[in-house]
Write a protein that binds this ligand. Structure first.
Ligand SMILES: *Cc1c(COP(=O)(O)O)cnc(C)c1O
Length: 445
């Protein structure tokens, strides 16, 4: 595989940008390949190598790289009319109305420019609304590059996970292991009247893909309600992907107070959003007192791309297509792992998938979850499959990154850069892509 252009571009990039990239996950070793263009479910790199793309921009590209005509037309029109104004436009009202129609918890939405901005604003809103300072998050959960959640440690013994964040920020953040009902009750027993919110992804999508155990999300709903704290679902990945237009909260039947969105809702352009009940969301300025503002918020090009992408998904069989292809992929992977790497766990739901290089195999694989781990108690993997972010960390992450990723790349399959990040099937992927991908896994696993 020829790499000359990418290698030389990375040489220039290292002089011009820290680590040669603008988002750390892109700096795969020894150096990343540079993308020249997308083509449906594929990307082509600067040296002309072609890959089946399961990174999909790390989540935003539900439809793949070739946007359908109505989406392209709306984006081009919005850009041609003038990029942005600093005054309201109809398209942002339409997108907010669309969210209110489809997402159970959402009556009102504030649009921002990234998932990080959404979770920052959601935490500020929860604190302002409740008059409390503490937030509870999941160990190994990811909510973007924000001070309150870049935190390590257990319970109230937490510290910042990055230099540049004062210890005093982490003091207000409590962590619990995902899927551990007892731990969250305990934290609330001790700190209940200081907790503004529990924030979690309904399915962990930045830590290997961890499905909730039966009843866990309901427990979070119950404990927050009992203690007067808000439940915030970070649906930046799962929004408009898991459960389709109703999002993961609709699929699991648990309605949070506040939801953060990003990724798909901007149709491939920079976006974030905070949605919820009117009574809560109206605490944002100018209707309320919790400061929230942004020059680019509700950007017309982004709003047009998001609205037309979601309309397209509503009017076509996008979710059927991506979900059934991904199910086929997960089922194929489950069979391949059973034959070649019985310790590995295939995870994912809807159009998300990943192989987690877990280290223990059950004695008998009969009746295991067949299309991605569902935390089924009757599954022979149940006691050893990943339930928390920590379980993913204990997998063979080095093997995944150093041997598995490059070998898949060598065979023309572009996976996310490490064991932790989810991978995505898009509407442009085909049956042939899935078959080719499974052949590659068969050679590599
Ligand atoms: C990607 C992501 C974020 C951060 O979004 P950015 O747009 O990268 O700032 C926050 N939360 C979750 C769950 C995410 O997957």
């Amino acid at each position: 595989m020829n790499d000359d252009q990418s290698r030389s571009l990375y040489g220039r990039a290292l002089d011009a940008m820290p680590g040669g990239v603008n988002s750390s996950v892109r700096a795969v070793r020894p150096y990343p390949f540079f993308i020249e263009r997308g083509d449906g479910g594929h990307v082509v790199d600067a040296d002309g190598n072609r890959y089946i793309d399961y990174v999909m921009g790390y989540g935003p590209l539900l439809l793949g790289h070739d946007l359908p005509d109505p989406v392209t037309a709306a984006v081009q029109q919005a850009a041609a009319e003038g990029p942005m104004y600093g005054a309201p436009t109809e398209v942002e009202v339409e997108l907010a109305e669309f969210l209110a129609r489809h997402v159970p918890s959402v009556e009102m939405t504030r649009f921002v420019n990234s998932g990080t901005e959404a979770t920052v604003s959601a935490v500020r809103l929860a604190r302002g609304y409740t008059g409390r300072d503490k937030v509870v998050i999941m160990q190994g959960g990811y909510h973007g590059a924000q001070e309150s959640t870049l935190v390590e440690g257990a319970g109230s013994d937490t510290h910042p996970s990055s230099p540049g964040i004062p210890d005093s920020f982490a003091e207000h953040t409590l962590t619990v292991p995902f899927n551990d009902e007892e731990a969250v009750w305990e934290v609330f027993e001790e700190h209940g009247d200081e907790v503004a919110a529990v924030m979690t992804e309904p399915v962990l999508g930045n830590y290997g893909i961890v499905h909730p155990v039966d009843g866990y999300l309901e427990t979070l709903r119950e404990v927050t309600e009992e203690h007067g704290a808000l439940l915030v679902f970070d649906e930046v990945i799962t929004g408009f992907r898991v459960g389709g237009l109703q999002c993961a909260q609709g699929k699991f039947g648990v309605t949070p107070d506040v939801t953060t969105f990003g990724k798909i809702v901007g149709g491939g352009f920079p976006v974030g959003a905070i949605g919820g009940k009117t009574e809560i969301i109206e605490h944002f300025t100018p209707s309320g007192e919790v400061f929230q503002s942004g020059t680019f918020s509700g950007h017309p090009v982004t709003m047009a791309a998001g609205l037309e992408t979601l309309r397209y998904a509503a009017e076509h069989d996008v979710y059927d297509h991506v979900n059934s292809l991904a199910a086929e992929l997960r089922e194929g992977l489950t069979d391949i792992c059973a034959d070649q790497a019985p310790a590995y766990t295939v995870v994912g739901t809807d159009s998300m998938f990943k192989t987690v290089f877990t280290r223990d195999a059950p004695d008998d694989l009969g009746n295991q979850c067949g299309s991605g781990c569902r935390q089924r108690e009757s599954c022979p993997r149940y006691d050893i499959c990943p339930k928390t972010g920590g379980d993913i960390k204990r997998a063979d992450t080095e093997r995944w990154e150093r041997l598995h990723w490059p070998a898949m790349r060598e065979r023309g399959v572009f996976l996310t850069a490490n064991q932790f990040e989810s991978q995505f099937v898009c509407d442009a992927h085909t049956e042939a892509d899935i078959e080719e991908t499974l052949e590659a896994y068969k050679e590599v696993l």
